[in-house]
Structure formats: structure tokens, C-alpha cells
Write a protein that binds this ligand. Structure first.
Ligand code: HAM
Length: 530
């Protein structure tokens, strides 16, 4: 049996009614705040996310669905390796794995064993994979000396690879034919902010002043699926972006976004949310903070998980993303960003809070909230909800004043958020009753030639905004009654030869059993009554 891929799911009725209710309600709220819809592609260039979201983030380093357009670059890379490197090693080459984005080979039989990864776009995961392969190899060859680990990448990627914490891994650069060097690499969007800012730059949206945009749609991350966490999930998001003179940098925008979110959650019926708020300052503040973190981590990092050890070197701020329970007591002792904010950032943050106080939106300051994406500056926030369990962040967002420039655009401060729609719906199902509109009337055509007549009556009734369903002229009356009952229709209407001749129809109220004959012209009115 073919099933939906792991981490994806079918949304079926009656649940889809709840999704539609949520989407209609948020569209109403967005209208009241003068937001307009934007739809960007579901896939974008990989580079957009690498540059926009950040190479060190879990999302980009581990979770993206990426492929190449055109030539299969990895096979080209393997060809280059055979040509340029193979002769240097004695032993038999065995290809042990080939995914679309990496090829693993073993070379054994000579005096040394080599474990090789060929990778078009090296990321930190490839070092982990080599380590894991080494451990597996040692477990199955307990008396042998450890294998040597090799990472082979195209020359164009060598500098980037050198900056990764390679440990004992030996780096080899391969020259690859021009044209195969950097084929078009595409990625299913893991989030929508980078895409919106790309569109802002591509279409010169600064001409419109302040842009208030919203989107609803699927996003893709290769995460370990669990309740509230999927590989295809849906976000309802919004972005406010424009040149600084349009007011995009003002703390009033931050407060407006947060107040909108409180309104939106109230509107759909989510109570018991907590707004967690922080300011993560500007890049200069963060450089000083990262330095302080490096120092604080140096004596303790040995005791932390492998991810944290790497983050401590490359991007210490990301240590706060760690979910490993054993690391939490250490993370608790680290300095927080608050004491590193400069005067402007501090004032901006104070103003956001003072407007929130004025409009009576409660919030909880969390100085350890740094958010998992690299583009954030200043205000960062999350709304959490108790009923959701481990995946309790129902939405997250913040300011990204430097993102447009990082993507090659003009200065364009911005702020936005994305709600996890799956989680929002989950929180609602814990509390709300599903309200599905059932058919007002089920039409039962009775006997040959009656499908035609039934179709005419159905068309007339639907014009009056009635929900109408209908059976088939081959059904016996009992079968039609059963079908009407099953779908919860209020009335059943019988369309037989006698009724058509009289132009009046038998209409039966299913709950009370009351049956009347109603002239065709009065049918809709009668059904609408109740
Ligand atoms: P994010 O925190 O990565 O931010 O995602 C926002 C929300 O999407 C999360 O709070 C969560 O509810 C939901 N979400 C994330 N991953 C999954 C998953 N695998 N399964 C189900 N739900 C998930 C962003 O994406 C930013 N673009 C938000 C933003 C907009 N910042 C500024 N503008």
C-alpha cells in the first residue's frame, strides 16, 4: 500500500472545516489591520535560505529539501574524484551510499582504510556523518586501526568547507568541469520571510512605502515528526517591510504586530496563550554578546552535546537553540543579551513594552529567547500555548532590519511573524466544537428520467444559498432515506413523476417526521424557515 510520506498528512473533512474557519477568521483580522496577501513560490534558490536564514541554523544546515536542476552534480563529482584522486589510494573502492546530495565510499584492502564523503555543498552534517561511519566501521572491525576520514568537495566550496570545524577530517578539493561547478540548486521553502523579502527586492516594493503583507501556505522542514511537528506544515504569516522613512523601523510597528496577534488568537478562540518577549539587539550588540558567550562557554563546552561544541566555535548564540536536557543547567548560567544592548536598542525595546502596556497586552520577558533563525534583530517573540505539549510554540517572529541588505537589497527594516497553523488547529481541537454545515436538503430522484428533474430543482435551491445534496434515480426510497440520515440532512425532498407533473414536491423533515407537499415556487422559502 502506498502511504503519504513520513511527516506529511492528509487533512480530511470534518477537520478541513476548522482549517477553513481559521483561515477565514485570520483573513478578516488582516483586513482590519490593512494587510494584503502575497503568494511567493513554494521553492526558491537554495542560496536565498543559506544567505537569508543562515548557514549555521538547524533549518538550513539539517532540515532543507534541496535538489539540483539539470545535470546530476554528484555523479559528476564522483567522476572527478576517480580522475583526480583515485590513483593515490591503494585498495578496493566500494560505494556504500548515494543520496541525491552526497555519495559515500569506502576504500579498504590497502594498509589504510579510508571513509570518503563526496559532497557538492558541504554542511556541518557531513562531518557528523563521517564520524558516525567511523564508529560503525570500528564496531564491525574491532581489531583494526581507525579509518582515515576524507571529505571531497568542489574547489569552489573548499574555502567554505575549511571554515567548518573539521576535526580529524581531511579535506580534498576537486576541480569540476565548468557548468557542473554550481548547477542550479533549489530548495522547498522552509519558511516564508526570506521569500517575501526576495520579492520585495525583485519588485522594488519600496516604491509602495510601507508594505503590510500576509501569507498562508505550506512550508517544508526535514525534522523528526511528532505531535505538532511535521515535514510539511502550514504557516499563517505576515511581514511589515519598507524604507525607514515609511515608519518600518518604529517600535509602534512591533507593538501593532503583537496586538494584532493577541486579537487574532482571541478571535479564533485560543485563550491561555503566553507572549514571550525579548530584544536581541543589533549586529554590533550581538558581536559583543557572542564574544562574552565564547568566553563563558570555553571552560564548560566539553561537557555539552556535539552540536553545542560546534556552535560554541561558529555561532555561540545558537547554543540557546539546544534542546538537550543535560545541557540546560549550563545554558542557564550563560550571560543574557540584555546587558549588551546599546542605547538605541534599549530605547526601542522600552517603547515596544510601553505601547503593549498601554493597550493591555500581557507579556513575559524572556532574556534567553533568541529564535532559531539568524536574520533577527531587536524585538523577538514567541506565543506559547499550554495544551500543545513539547511543541508548545504556536507562533514566532521578530524584527529583521538587516535581511534585505543581506540579500543584496536596499536598507529595509521589517518585522513579522509566522503562526504554525497545524498547531493552532491542534490547540483549537483541544478546546472547540467543530461546527460543520450539514445539508439543508437531500433530493431523492425516484424512477427513470428523474435525475434530470432533480438536477433542475437542486440548481434552483442552491441559488438561495441552501446546501443541497442529491441521490440517484436508481436508488430505492429507503436507500435515499439512509443516505440523507447519514449525512445529517435536515429535509428530504422527493422528486418523482407525480411530483413533477403536479409541480409540487413531498418534503419531509427528518427529525420530526412531518411531511408536507410544497409547490415548487415555495420550496426554498419553506426549507429556509428552519
Ligand atoms: P519559526 O519559529 O521557524 O519562524 O516558525 C514559526 C512557527 O511555525 C513555529 O512557532 C511553529 O508554530 C511553526 N512550525 C515550525 N516548524 C514546524 C514543524 N516542523 N511542524 C509544525 N509547525 C512548525 C519562522 O518561520 C519565521 N519565518 C517567522 C517570522 C516571520 N519571523 C519574521 N517574520
Amino acid at each position: 500500500m502506498i502511504k503519504s510520506p513520513r511527516g506529511t498528512r492528509d487533512l480530511l473533512p470534518p477537520d478541513t472545516a476548522l482549517w477553513n474557519f481559521v483561515e477565514a477568521a485570520v483573513r478578516d483580522v488582516f483586513r482590519a489591520y490593512n494587510f494584503h496577501e502575497i503568494r511567493t513560490p513554494i521553492f526558491e534558490s537554495t542560496e536565498l535560505f543559506a544567505r537569508g536564514v543562515g548557514e549555521e541554523t538547524d533549518v538550513v544546515a539539517k532540515e532543507m529539501y534541496t535538489w539540483y536542476e539539470g545535470a546530476d552534480p554528484d555523479t559528476t563529482l564522483l567522476g572527478a574524484w576517480y580522475q583526480q584522486r583515485h590513483a593515490r589510494y591503494a585498495g578496493t573502492v566500494r560505494r556504500t551510499a548515494a543520496a541525491r546530495q552526497h555519495i559515500s565510499i569506502d576504500i579498504s584492502g590497502g594498509s589504510d582504510t579510508y571513509l570518503v564523503e563526496l559532497k557538492r555543498r558541504p554542511d556541518i552534517g557531513v562531518v557528523d556523518r563521517l564520524e558516525a561511519r567511523k564508529h560503525a566501521w570500528l564496531a564491525s572491525h574491532p581489531d583494526s586501526k581507525p579509518p582515515k576520514l576524507i571529505l571531497a568537495v568542489p574547489t569552489s566550496e573548499a574555502d567554505r568547507a575549511k571554515r567548518m570545524p573539521l576535526g580529524e577530517v581531511i579535506l580534498e578539493a576537486l576541480s569540476v568541469e565548468p557548468g557542473h561547478e554550481s548547477p542550479l540548486s533549489l530548495t522547498l521553502r522552509p519558511e516564508n520571510t526570506a521569500g517575501v523579502v526576495r520579492a520585495y527586492i525583485e519588485h522594488k516594493l519600496w516604491d509602495r512605502g510601507l508594505n503590510k503583507l500576509f501569507y498562508i501556505g505550506p512550508q517544508f522542514r526535514r525534522e523528526r515528526p511528532q505531535k505538532g511537528r511535521y515535514r510539511q506544515f502550514y504557516q499563517i504569516g505576515a511581514e511589515v517591510i519598507g524604507p525607514a522613512p515609511s515608519g518600518s523601523e518604529s517600535p509602534a510597528r512591533d507593538a501593532e504586530i503583537l496586538e494584532l496577534l493577541a486579537t487574532l488568537l482571541d478571535r479564533v478562540g485560543i485563550t491561555n496563550w503566553t507572549l514571550e518577549l525579548n530584544s536581541i539587539g543589533c549586529p554590533a550588540d550581538r558581536a559583543r554578546f557572542n564574544e562574552a558567550l565564547r568566553q563563558a562557554l570555553a571552560p564548560v563546552v566539553e561537557k555539552m552535546c556535539a552540536d553545542c561544541q560546534r556552535r560554541a566555535v561558529t555561532n555561540p548564540l545558537r547554543v540557546f537553540d539546544c534542546k538537550v536536557p543535560a545541557d540546560q543547567p549550563i545554558i542557564e548560567t550563560l550571560p543574557t543579551i540584555t546587558q549588551f544592548l546599546d542605547e538605541d536598542c534599549r530605547r526601542h525595546y522600552e517603547e515596544v513594552k510601553s505601547i503593549l502596556n498601554a493597550v493591555q497586552i500581557p507579556y513575559l520577558e524572556n532574556p534567553r529567547l533568541v529564535r532559531g533563525l539568524d536574520y533577527y534583530t531587536r524585538t523577538a517573540f514567541e506565543f506559547t500555548h499550554g495544551a500543545l505539549g513539547a511543541q508548545n510554540a504556536i507562533l514566532g517572529g521578530g524584527r529583521y532590519d538587516g535581511l534585505s541588505e543581506a540579500l543584496g537589497g536596499p536598507a529595509a527594516p521589517g518585522i513579522g511573524f509566522a503562526i504554525g497553523e497545524d498547531r493552532l488547529v491542534l490547540a483549537l481541537t483541544e478546546s472547540a466544537e467543530l461546527v460543520l454545515r450539514k445539508p439543508d436538503v437531500y433530493i431523492a430522484p425516484l424512477g427513470a428520467g428523474m435525475n434530470r428533474e432533480a438536477a433542475r430543482v437542486a440548481r434552483e435551491l442552491r441559488r438561495h444559498d441552501l446546501v443541497v445534496d442529491l441521490g440517484d434515480e436508481s436508488f430505492r426510497l429507503t436507500k435515499s432515506f439512509e443516505a440523507a440520515d447519514k449525512m445529517g440532512a435536515r429535509y428530504i425532498l422527493i422528486v418523482g413523476e407525480t411530483e413533477v407533473a403536479a409541480n409540487a414536491f413531498a418534503l419531509k423533515h427528518l427529525a420530526s417526521g412531518e411531511q408536507v407537499t410544497v409547490p415548487r415556487a415555495e420550496l426554498a422559502q419553506r426549507i429556509l424557515q428552519k
